[in-house]
Write a protein that binds this ligand. Structure first.
Ligand code: SF4
Length: 266
């Protein structure tokens, strides 16, 4: 079982009448015509365009992990989380099978999220350091978190076709929020590689030659700054490839680029 749209799940913006994309053409059409972030989020959350990912996310929601056996799983695509007019956008890879695919909210309910939200709280971008469930009271400050691919993929690896099919959701979301954005923090090489075509498709002017992903890299884009940051995956945090000071430095830089904490709190 997955959560049916409009049945009261915290943060669910879809209803039983929300249009469902069932193929790549429909994703392009429904994303392109979304007039607001709320409409886009609703449409994303009921998308069924990638057969392999739909089957996987729903199978995970049905079989569950033993530790969460008594919980209902979201089992749907995970829309962006945070404010609708962000100064800072954080771009990740895809929902985790037993994290966001379970809770319905990006980076919520897994170790990666523990890292990320603790850092966001330290930097003044979240009202609390923890994220365990969609109704836990967490609010972001001046910030929005989006995934490159909106469904949990097996082994955290979407296929190139799935990445391309999902990209119009990101393209439209970037276009809708861009007027307020000052900094984009990109978590990891997959999201980095996917961001540039998405920005171009959004009509945003990007450099002809984009440098390869590196932690701490900054690229000016259309009066904003795109920042590279190692992903908060356990693979990186357990091994010390990404440390708390490294993550705080990138997020702190984004806060500075966005005008400081006081500007974000408005
Ligand atoms: S990955 Fe994206 S395009 Fe594919 S089903 Fe999920 S939301 Fe739809």
């Amino acid at each position: 079982m997955v959560v049916r749209p409009g049945t009261g799940w915290p943060g669910d913006r879809a209803t039983s009448r929300t249009a469902v994309a069932r193929d790549a053409a429909a994703v392009r059409s429904l994303a392109g015509s979304a007039s607001a972030v709320s409409v886009l989020s609703a449409r994303v959350s009921v998308c069924r365009a990638c057969p392999r990912l739909v089957a996987w996310r729903e199978e995970i929601a049905r079989t569950k992990r033993r530790a969460f056996a008594d919980q209902e799983y979201w089992g749907r695509p995970v829309p962006g989380f945070g404010v609708d007019r962000p100064a800072i956008v954080i771009v990740g890879l895809a929902p985790a099978a037993h994290g966001a695919n379970r809770t319905g909210r990006n980076f919520t309910g897994d170790r990666s999220g523990q890292w990320l939200y603790a850092a966001l709280h330290r930097c003044g971008l979240a009202n609390q350091p923890t994220a365990v469930a969609a109704d836990d009271g967490l609010e972001l400050i001046g910030t929005r978190i989006v995934a490159s691919v909106r469904c949990a993929p097996p082994a955290n690896r979407p296929t190139p076709e799935e990445r391309d099919t999902c990209r119009p959701w990101l393209v439209r979301e970037l276009r809708l929020v861009w007027p307020d954005v000052r900094a984009v923090v990109v978590l990891g090489g997959f999201a980095w590689a996917n961001l540039w075509p998405a920005l171009r498709m959004s009509g945003i002017s990007v450099p002809d030659r984009v440098p390869p992903f590196t932690h701490g890299l900054e690229v000016p884009v259309d009066g904003r700054t795109v920042l590279g940051c190692y992903h908060v995956s356990q693979q990186n945090t357990f091994t010390g490839r990404l440390t708390e000071p490294m993550l705080d430095a990138v997020l702190g830089r984004a806060v500075m680029l966005a005008g400081g904490r006081s500007a974000l709190a408005v």
